[in-house]
Write a protein of this length. Structure first.
Length: 576
């Protein structure tokens, strides 16, 4: 197995673990929403549960002894069948049977009100047995127990009435025949009693005839009586018998609402719904949040991850845009130093003395990135010129507390000497920064794109490259105006800033396409407002490392001014 194959298999084996970590970080980032939804759902369930009417349940267990009927065959199979079980259940659950049960309990006067207190009657056959569970639910514990014990008796009466109807006609016919023969026997017996003392031959003959008829009548009566008794025996054998094996007892506690169970289930459901919403939000969210998101849009490398900084991190009276000068030991400043290092070793063969910091849309923080990158470059001993080329909504004069005029527009439009407009920021505006000069934007120019593409701009860039080791341009947003595209032709590299809180994949891709249209040398992407809690990606934490260090970045400062390190020979490392 080659080393390349081993590396590939190792990377594939790490994919499930990476996915699990990604889901874990996602859940951790949205844990507040999950907990909130769970608590809201649990609270709602608790409120509903404590305001629900309590429901009591009582159960009696019955044994049904099936009869043997020659007409139905194996009655055990019929009883075990689902159809017969449903029939019995419906008989027990019928409103008529329930009302009869309440009447038998002596509740005729308030029948409707009492019936409303019975909420459910369920009959469940126990599989592979002759047992049936009769469950009654209602508002009154004593009432549900009484109904559960009375219903089986009425059910038995209903069942016997239905089953005995098959023998009623036959029994009635036999009874009529028995009654008729009994009357004939009685009449014959009376006639025989009248002729018992007769002496004539004719009376003797009549007496013998009557005796023979009586014998025949008695034999017929006996046969009919035997048939009648056999029919009654068959009827009795075919009758089912219902016996209460376990009588119902009045319940001590309601079965519903189960407050704790409802609260627990509601909390789980609330958390699951929150997870569903979270995954939907993440699926629809196309913002550039991590370097992996950048890889899905372009092959440009991620040269820097700049974390979010709060006001309390640097003090109330300090500017967040001047973080590298105000709080040089802050972990985010180390991220700017890492960006500086990545740029220094970007090209080995050719020097790179000019940079454009651009973004797709406003609010990405490109001005802050440009200022802090310029400060850390100046802190390393290089002479840096920071140019505000945004003549519409400039920011650098506000950050450094400088007058807006004169500036770049006056240099380009009026021929003002650039050396007179380059302002050293000095120790007052940026403590500890001595090699940084700023050229503000100047007055508003209606033809900003034409000025930036003019010959004077070309001459200004050449002059700035001679006067400074690094020239950094802060430009307007790419998707707003064409100024950044024009400036891209004068610089040797472009840094594209993406704000993890607002820059979408489409915006980043459109910005890259606009720069590619003018063959601007794209260097890479800088992710701004990157949060550890937000994505859980690798993050810069240098607090412990710098805890006892009173001097900031002394090892980075060379003995004298050094040219900006060269970059690789390849100018373009990106694709569409």
């Amino acid at each position: 197995m080659t080393q390349q194959t081993s590396s590939l298999l190792s990377a594939q084996s790490m994919l499930p673990t990476s996915d699990l970590k990604l889901y874990a970080r996602l859940i951790w980032r949205w844990s507040w929403l999950i907990v909130l939804c769970a608590l809201v759902a649990a609270g709602a369930a608790y409120y509903v549960s404590i305001n629900m009417t309590p429901i009591y349940q009582s159960t009696s267990r019955l044994m049904i002894s099936q009869g043997q009927s020659p007409d139905t065959g194996n009655y055990t199979d019929i009883l075990a069948s689902e159809r017969i079980a449903r029939t019995y259940a419906e008989l027990m659950k019928s409103d008529v049977t329930l009302q009869q049960s309440l009447q038998r309990l002596g509740l005729d006067a308030q029948l409707e009100d009492v019936a409303a207190q019975i909420t459910a009657v369920n009959v469940t056959p126990v599989r592979d047995t002759q047992l049936v569970n009769l469950t009654v639910e209602g508002l009154n514990p004593e009432l549900v127990a009484a109904v559960a014990n009375t219903l089986p008796q009425l059910f038995l009466e209903e069942l016997r009435q239905v089953q005995s109807s098959r023998f009623t006609e036959s029994k009635a016919s036999l009874q009529e025949q028995l009654d008729a023969i009994a009357r004939e026997i009685e009449a014959t017996q009376l006639d025989m009693d009248a002729l018992q003392d007769a002496r004539t031959a004719q009376d003797q003959l009549e007496y013998g005839r009557l005796r023979n008829e009586l014998t025949q009548y008695q034999a017929s009566y006996a046969n009919l009586l035997q048939t009648y008794e056999t029919l009654r025996l068959t009827e009795a054998q075919s009758m089912d018998n219902v016996v209460i094996m376990e009588p119902a007892k009045a319940p001590e506690a309601p079965i519903r609402p189960r407050t704790m169970m409802n609260v627990l289930l509601a909390a789980i459901v609330g958390a699951m719904l929150a997870l569903g919403v979270i995954f939907l939000i993440e699926y629809l969210d196309d913002r550039i949040r991590t370097p992996d998101d950048v890889k899905r849009v372009t092959t440009l490398p991620v040269l820097g991850l700049i974390s979010r900084v709060s006001r309390k991190d640097i003090g109330k009276h300090e500017q967040l845009e001047l973080l590298s000068a105000a709080a040089p030991r802050h972990p985010t400043v180390e991220a700017f130093r890492r960006l500086r290092t990545n740029l220094q070793y970007y090209n080995v063969d050719e020097g790179m003395h000019s940079l454009l910091v651009a973004s797709a849309r406003p609010g990405a923080g490109k001005s802050t990135i440009a200022v802090n990158l310029a400060i850390v470059l100046a802190q390393s001993g290089k002479k840096v010129a920071l140019i505000d080329s945004d003549m519409r909504k400039p920011r650098l004069h506000k950050i450094f507390n400088l007058p807006r005029k004169p500036g770049l527009s006056e240099v380009l439009a009026s021929g003002l000497p650039p050396e007179s407009s380059l302002v050293p920021v000095g120790p007052v505006r940026a403590p500890g920064v001595t090699n940084l000069r700023v050229l503000v934007s100047g007055g508003k120019a209606p033809n900003a794109a034409e000025l930036l593409g003019s010959k004077r701009m070309q001459e200004l860039v050449a002059y700035l490259k001679r006067e400074a080791d690094v020239v950094i341009f802060d430009s307007p947003p790419l998707l707003a105006v064409a100024d950044a595209q024009v400036i891209g032709q004068w610089v040797e590299g472009v840094l594209l800033v993406a704000n993890t809180q607002q820059t979408s994949s489409g915006d980043l891709q459109q910005g890259i396409e606009l720069l590619e249209q003018v063959n601007a040398p794209l260097l890479g992407v800088v992710l701004n407002q990157f949060t550890k809690a937000g994505q859980g990606y690798y993050y810069y934490t240098y607090d412990y490392y710098y805890a006892d260090d009173d001097q900031d970045d002394l090892d980075d400062v060379p003995s004298g001014p050094a040219p900006f390190p060269p970059r690789p020979a390849t100018k373009s490392v990106h694709t569409g």
